[in-house]
Structures are given as C-alpha cells and as structure tokens.
Design a protein around this ligand. Structure first.
Ligand SMILES: [Zn+2]
Length: 51
C-alpha cells in the first residue's frame, strides 16, 4: 500500500479518483451555476468610469 507514486486522491464531491475536492471541475461548474459571478462591474453611483 506504500508503493504508490501518486498521492491518493478521492474527490468527496463527485467521487472521482483522479482529482481532489478542490480540483473538482464539477464542483466549480455547479458553484458557478448557483452563484454566477458578474462579468462586468456595475457602476456604484451610476456614472460610467470608462468615460
Ligand atoms: Zn470531483
């Protein structure tokens, strides 16, 4: 059992063994679906900073 070159990985999110929980693409995809990040910053006072 101590003969493995690679560290044991077992994703607790989807159960994948080729990546860790932090590297889970499915978890990231689901996180983006639940909380989509705004691509463009909204002006706070209504004025456009680009002008
Ligand atoms: Zn995973």
């Amino acid at each position: 059992m101590l003969h493995s070159d690679n560290p044991a990985k077992c994703c607790s999110y989807c159960g994948g063994r080729d990546h860790d929980y932090e590297d889970c693409l499915k978890r990231k995809a689901d996180a983006e679906k639940q909380a989509p990040t705004p691509r463009e910053p909204q002006p706070v006072d209504g004025r456009s900073p680009l002008n």
